[in-house]
Design a protein around this ligand. Structure first.
Ligand code: GLU
Length: 450
């Protein structure tokens, strides 16, 4: 235990005020205990000290002019965390909450997530504290161009390949790709999540949500059960949540909720997927709009449970799919879910469950798929997009979806085998962290002290 305290103490001193980052590191290090006890080789090569330190952190000014002619300035980031297994790979997040701590926790998680996919991708993450909400299309374009004016010199198809995350979808990737091409004169696979018209991969948009549901399916299969007929809570209303809902419906489950920053929809008879797509993907409106069509649904504005809880987790359900953002499911939320009979949690978002919530799920021995395993389908399919770009070919939707399923199955098997090997067969947090870590650590050792 002492090396965990030591590492966190050192991090607090060298990288002050980065609580989300400490949280992500602590969770991984705790899982690694049984491995580090039996093997001294990681200590000998100072793997822990090296793996918690990004290889490179880029922070830059992003100035742009809004529609009123006012100059705006945001902070841009790209953290190139670990390249032992391949080029840095991970999304860009545009959200007002973005800071160095958030980007570092996401980049750190990404190392192990990407390793778990078994594909040749390192870990990185980036973004800006830019709030796209209410911004015109022209403002979004100008912001993306300004962001790329700095980022272009750090990325490339064999060095660092960013993609989307919260606030960054195909539109933003398009504007950034256009600017990269203008600055460098090169048409290459430097970003993933591209439009299908010019280099994107079929099924990339659906991949994170579908993957999270496939992962749930594999957890249930191992118990001789399935998703059929299960009532499922989903949070979020972005790309991940929408396609998790789509796959749940396809597999005969009933997704009954979704949420955005302003409120939560609960619809007992099942979420109207086409309406959500229209509200969020086409009209870009608030979920409140849902009530105009379905007055039998329940809308709870955010802040209804200010005593440290979230409305979406207050409803009875068999399973929960947190697909919104970090720490959206607190210890108290976890207790409510468990008391209401929830026996499966599969995380579409990155670190959506707080430390207390994770502990509660593990203690209750429910089927719990942590984000870095359960949401790895997005980045895995990004790597499939890179493969298609490199070979100048396009695969069919079915080909990509089949590979996605196989990758999710492999991740489940790897995490579950490692959990068994280290004596906690139900603990996929432990299993995923150990399996991901081993692959990165062995590559780092073979590549010497770099
Ligand atoms: N932002 C996604 C993630 O958290 C996808 C990253 C990517 O496709 O590179 O994994």
């Amino acid at each position: 235990m002492t090396y965990i305290h030591q590492t966190i103490t050192d991090l607090k001193q060298s990288s002050p005020a980065q609580c989300e980052f400490y949280q992500a590191v602590e969770e991984v290090l705790e899982s690694l205990e049984p491995l580090l006890e039996t093997s001294k080789r990681y200590q000998k090569h100072a793997i822990i000290q090296r793996i918690v330190e990004p290889e490179r952190q880029i922070m830059f000014r992003v100035p742009w002019v809004d529609d009123n002619g006012n100059v705006q300035v945001n902070k841009g980031y790209r953290v190139e965390f670990n390249s032992a297994l391949g080029p840095y790979k991970g999304g860009l997040r545009f959200h007002p909450s973005v800071n160095a701590s958030i980007i570092k926790f996401l980049g750190f998680e990404q190392i192990f997530k990407n390793a778990l996919t078994g594909l040749p991708i390192g870990g990185g993450k980036g973004g800006a504290n830019f709030d796209p909400k209410g911004r015109s299309d022209n403002e979004i374009m100008r912001f993306c161009q300004s962001y790329m004016n700095e980022l272009y010199r750090h990325i490339g198809p064999t060095t660092d390949v960013p993609a989307g995350d919260i606030g960054v979808g195909a539109r933003e990737i398009g504007y950034m790709f256009g600017q990269y091409k203008r600055l460098t004169g090169r048409y290459e696979g430097v970003l993933t999540g591209k439009s299908l018209l010019w280099g994107g991969s079929l099924a990339r948009k659906e991949a994170t949500g579908y993957g999270t549901v496939y992962f749930a399916q594999y957890m249930l299969e191992a118990q001789g059960s399935s998703l059929k007929g299960k009532k499922c809570l989903v949070s979020g209303a972005g790309n991940v949540a929408i396609y998790a809902i789509e796959k749940l419906l396809e597999l005969g489950a009933t997704p009954v909720s979704c949420s955005d920053s302003r409120g939560t929809i609960f619809h007992e008879q099942g979420i109207d997927l086409e309406l959500i797509k229209d509200i969020k993907e086409v009209r870009r409106l608030s979920l409140e709009e849902y009530m105009r069509v379905h007055s039998d649904a329940i809308y709870t504005p955010s802040g209804e449970y200010p005593e440290d809880g979230h409305a979406v987790w207050r409803f009875n359900a068999d399973a929960a799919f947190p697909c919104a953002t970090q720490n959206e499911l607190t210890g108290e939320d976890a207790q409510v879910l468990l008391a209401n009979g929830c026996t499966l949690v599969s995380e579409g978002a990155n670190m959506p469950s707080s430390q207390a919530a994770v502990e509660a799920f593990i203690k209750a021995q429910i089927a719990y798929g942590p984000g870095k395993a359960a949401n790895a389908g997005g980045v895995a399919t990004s790597q499939l997009e890179m493969s298609q770009n490199a070979s100048m070919r396009n695969w069919t939707f079915e080909e990509v979806d089949e590979q996605l399923k196989a990758i999710m199955k492999n991740i489940f098997t790897a995490a579950s085998n490692a959990a068994q090997e280290y004596g906690q067969p139900n603990n996929l947090v432990l299993g995923a962290n150990i399996a991901g870590f081993k692959r990165v650590a062995e590559a780092m050792i073979e590549q010497g002290v770099v």
